[in-house]
Design a protein around this ligand. Structure first.
Ligand SMILES: [Zn+2]
Length: 486
């Protein structure tokens, strides 16, 4: 606790009388044989004398892991991790409903000369109206009740991200919000927020019932969409899995890893994951991400991995068939066990040694059979066109799954557990001779050379989802039986 002075016994009793003998973090009673510790509820930023109203009891266990957070922040962090726990993406609407119950209610308004009247809380609220000299769009600024706000799915289709939200939440605990979130209101009174959603969400998460907004009155959606895309152009291009970002993550991982290795006891990925949450104040999602990215980076940076040569992030200057984001959606998603796993490490430099080695070997086979001496955008000949088809977005997804299923059938992995862990154990070199044959056979299928005058095949293979290319595979009988030749 950021104490300016020690609490006296009388003061402690006063706080206990107010809160009871229970931990402020989870409301659990603190056992009589355990010490009661005290911590500030709101961030202690004013530097003034300790205000007793801002102090609450906390159990020893929570106090040890609270770090520099206030009790309120710690409680909100735990709750936020819970909110993001499921794999389902979470949108602004979900958060508003979670915190505020009501979301997206219609707002009655009237436009008069030079101002707009909004009707809420049983009264009329007037705001001056401005006109954009370029587009002639009308807009106003206002701090508006949360219940009228909804997520603008058309202009802002992205879900919320836990790390962004948490960072901003902490930021706004001690800083003011400089610029408002941007919304539009349509003829029916739907107030839709399309820019600055994390800003708004973090304020709502902190308990605010009003949100600062700049609101456009019924603007042309198409123009607004383009404007919004332009404004985010640089941000959007910076793929989350860009190489630079991966490097940054790897550095953080390295520091955290060293620190974790210095702690006592058995070491495992699960242990590291818990360490990141409890001792490094990361969210579960951040912890998982940190481990996953370290694993991906090891695989991509492995000198033996020939497929890495074909990543646009690593080799700019000419068109490449693959990106990190694509690898993540295919090889990493379908061929690696999602972190954290609970096995003890064999040594402190290697984790998932076999799994990494297996995937690197397979990726190299894929580079050799599908791209080497074939991928040549400058020639754009038949071999290159075939490679392009093989490495189109939906096609990769479909054949990575097909290759995985074929390997599983070949290895006689029958249980779900065996299938999910198929690359997680040592696989002898001889087996990779088979894996190469399967790869070759998949790449030899006529689907990659079939004439495509209408462009239908190309379109279906390019569709970046899990089903479109698969259904084409099914029609053309490109399946496990065919690859195995049974
Ligand atoms: Zn506690």
């Amino acid at each position: 606790m950021n104490e300016k002075r020690q609490l006296s016994e009388a003061e402690k009793q006063k706080i206990l009388a107010q809160h009871g003998r229970e931990c402020f973090v989870d409301g659990e009673p603190i056992p009589n044989d355990e010490p009661i510790e005290f911590h500030h509820i709101k961030p202690f930023s004013s530097g003034g004398p300790t205000n007793l109203n801002n102090i609450a009891p906390v159990c020893k266990r929570h106090h040890r892991t609270i770090g520099t957070m206030s009790l309120q922040e710690y409680r909100d962090k735990i709750e936020l991790s819970k909110f993001f726990e499921s794999e389902e993406p979470k949108y602004l609407d979900d958060l508003i409903r979670y915190k505020n119950k009501h979301c997206g209610e219609r707002l009655n308004y009237e436009i008069k000369e030079g101002h707009i009247s909004l009707y809420y809380k049983d009264s009329k609220h007037d705001f001056p109206l401005y006109t954009c000299p370029t587009t002639n769009w009308k807009y106003f600024y206002g701090t508006l009740p949360v219940k009228f706000i909804g997520n603008d799915r058309e202009l802002q289709p992205r879900p919320l991200r836990e790390p962004n939200l948490w960072k901003l939440y902490r930021h706004f605990q001690i800083n003011t919000q400089i610029s408002p979130s941007i919304c539009r209101i349509d003829d029916n009174g739907n107030l839709l927020l399309f820019d600055g959603q994390h800003k708004a969400a973090s304020q709502i998460w902190a308990g605010r019932s009003m949100v600062e907004c700049k609101v456009y009155i019924n603007p042309d959606k198409r123009t607004l969409k383009e404007t919004n895309l332009d404004a985010h152009g640089t941000y959007r291009q910076m793929s989350f899995y860009s190489h630079e970002l991966m490097q940054k993550y790897a550095d953080i991982f390295g520091e955290d890893w060293t620190e974790y290795m210095d702690t006592k006891g058995e070491k495992s990925e699960l242990g590291f994951y818990n360490f990141l949450f409890h001792s490094k104040q990361k969210t579960w999602a951040q912890a998982k991400n940190e481990i996953a990215l370290a694993l991906y980076k090891e695989i991509v940076d492995d000198k033996l991995n020939k497929l890495s040569k074909y990543l646009s992030e690593k080799h700019r200057g000419r068109k490449q068939p693959l990106t990190f984001a694509r690898l993540k959606k295919t090889f990493f998603q379908y061929m690696l066990v999602p972190p954290p796993v609970n096995d003890e490490f064999e040594s402190n430099t290697y984790f998932r040694k076999d799994e990494r080695r297996n995937l690197v070997k397979l990726m190299t086979i894929i580079a050799e059979e599908g791209l080497e001496a074939k991928w040549a955008p400058e020639r754009a000949d038949a071999a290159h066109k075939k490679a392009e088809r093989i490495f189109s977005a939906g096609a990769i997804r479909a054949w990575v799954i097909l290759l995985r299923d074929t390997i599983n059938a070949h290895l006689r992995n029958y249980t779900d557990e065996q299938r999910a862990h198929f690359f997680y154990r040592f696989i002898p070199d001889e087996e990779f001779i088979y894996f190469r044959q399967f790869t070759k056979k998949i790449f030899e299928h006529k689907i990659w050379d079939d004439p495509d005058p209408s462009g239908e095949i190309a379109a279906r293979l390019a569709k970046d989802d899990a089903t479109t290319a698969k259904s084409l595979f099914d029609e053309k009988e490109l399946n496990v039986q065919w690859v195995l030749g049974v």
